[in-house]
Design a protein around this ligand. Structure first.
Ligand SMILES: Cc1ncc(COP(=O)(O)O)c(C=O)c1O
Length: 464
């Protein structure tokens, strides 16, 4: 059935059919379909999304921390259409297409230092997979094939492909897929609220960073090739590291000839109020992975950026076969690249990264008022990304059981009140990551709705 543009909502029969087809045919990720109440999104603008019934919601998670410039950006749509009229698809296996070259040069220009070489991908997990393979081949090309081990952190999330899943720090995301790849070694997270060493924030010796050195020495530096870490842990619970963490980790890795990959899939392109999270936290990665904010999700787009010394290891006479032996058909896709370029133009023109930095305190201060609730144990975040950690008891910091997640109950209540937020960290944390175009008034609405929703859940759980 066709409808005129702008006509809304979808008629009743079509809506019912869509919801039925959703339940019968669309198999979504990470979703228990039994008992699912379908929500079908139809349109969106700015920070507002609408379902097929015409209900409006505030998108306080920017789809999945991705639609940073907001929904409904005509400029990006126009750029995609204009590019499709030139050439819709051409690969980049030994050739270039115009927008992919422009995008790579643009991203290299935004990155600091000599992170000058950009390998385009289509998703965050694929970017992580690619960076891990680059690290592996880098050491092979340099004649040190023994350096195959990967250090990753507790509570990390890097995607779901086998390599990325092997670096999963959340047990529910890995247990069902064991055995995963060999050589992936877990080190502690810089998680001050639940310090693995029982220390208090500010009075420690950054034991979580020093543990990296102990692990490298235990395994032997000749066996350890790379450390992979989200600059700020996202899905594992929005965990900004202490300032001392990344400089010390990088110093340790450099001293032992271990490459550092900063996974900037969430933090890249402004989410924390800096263009890249590793600038804010003073990290010096050899490889950087990016995705969500690169095209604000208008089309699938991701990238890996490599420093000069990494890239150089892949150069040589044809007979030596030093070129990176990995790739996929749609990498460097012209339409995705055009979307990325238009998105970056908007970020720059409207100074949205600066806006994210300016609005950050408004969001973070508002959310911190929720600490008055007995079940809100911690509120963390920076820029326009935040997490509320729920606890049964503030003194002991005991979590609710996963099967009775307070964050999930609060999410459900917030949804009833027209706000989309997302449980993270196996249901212990509620995540917020609104589009950068969100207004201060919309932020106030989110905080008010969360306040009311937590009240309801606390009543249900017998706290008040
Ligand atoms: C830090 C990080 N890395 C990688 C990924 C995987 O990205 P994708 O879902 O696009 O594969 C995610 C997804 O949320 C992420 O947060």
């Amino acid at each position: 059935m066709s409808r005129d543009a702008g006509e809304h909502p979808t008629d009743r029969d079509e809506t019912t059919a869509l919801e039925r087809d959703f339940l019968d045919h669309l198999w979504p990720p990470f979703t228990q379909m039994q008992g699912l109440v379908p929500i079908v999104i139809e349109s969106a603008e700015g920070a507002i999304i609408r379902d097929v019934h015409g209900n409006e919601y505030l998108d306080a998670f920017a789809s999945l921390w991705s639609v940073n410039v907001g929904h409904g950006r005509r400029e990006i749509v126009d750029a995609i259409v204009a590019q499709a009229a030139e050439i819709a698809c051409y690969h980049v296996f030994g050739v270039g297409n115009v927008p992919s070259i422009r995008l790579a040069a643009k991203v290299a220009g935004l990155l600091p230092g000599d992170l000058d070489h950009v390998f385009l991908c289509l998703g965050g997990g694929e970017a992580v997979e690619t960076a891990l393979k680059m690290a592996r081949q880098y050491w092979r090309n340099r004649g040190v094939g023994s350096k195959y081990m990967v250090l990753y952190r507790d509570r990390s999330y890097h995607g779901t492909t086998f390599g990325a899943a092997s670096a999963q720090g959340l047990s529910v995301n890995r247990q069902k897929f064991e055995p995963l790849l060999p050589g992936f070694i877990r080190v502690p997270a810089p998680y001050c609220y639940r310090c693995a060493f029982g220390q208090e924030f500010g009075a420690c010796d950054v034991e979580c960073a020093r543990a990296v050195e102990q692990e490298i020495e235990f395994r032997g530096a000749e066996n350890v090739g790379v450390l992979l870490g989200e600059t700020m842990i996202g899905t594992g619970g929005v965990i900004p590291p202490p300032d001392e963490y990344w400089p010390l980790v990088c110093e340790i890795c450099q001293a032992h000839d271990v490459l550092v990959i900063n996974d900037e899939v969430i933090t890249g392109f402004g989410r924390t109020g800096s263009w890249f999270g590793f600038e804010r936290w003073d990290s010096t990665p050899d490889l950087v992975t990016m995705a969500k904010g690169l095209a604000s999700g208008y089309l699938p787009l991701a990238a890996v950026a490599a420093r000069e010394h990494v890239y150089q290891a892949f150069l040589g006479p044809a007979a030596e076969m030093k070129q990176f032996m990995s790739g996929a058909t749609f990498q460097g896709h012209p339409l995705c690249s055009a979307a990325g370029l238009a998105n970056l133009e908007i970020l720059e023109r409207e100074r949205l990264v600066e806006r994210c930095d300016d609005l950050g305190p408004h969001l973070q201060d508002g959310l911190r008022t929720l600490l008055a609730h007995p079940i809100v144990g911690d509120v963390r975040g920076v820029g326009l990304v935040a997490g509320l950690e729920f606890v049964r008891d503030k003194e002991t910091r005991e979590w609710f059981p996963r099967s009775a997640s307070a964050a999930t109950k609060v999410r459900d209540e917030a949804l009833r009140r027209g706000v989309f937020v997302r449980p993270l960290a196996e249901g212990h944390v509620l995540g917020l990551a609104p589009p950068f175009v969100i207004s201060p008034e919309q932020i106030d609405t989110i905080v008010r709705v969360l306040d009311e929703s937590i009240d309801v859940v606390e009543r249900e759980l017998g706290y008040v």
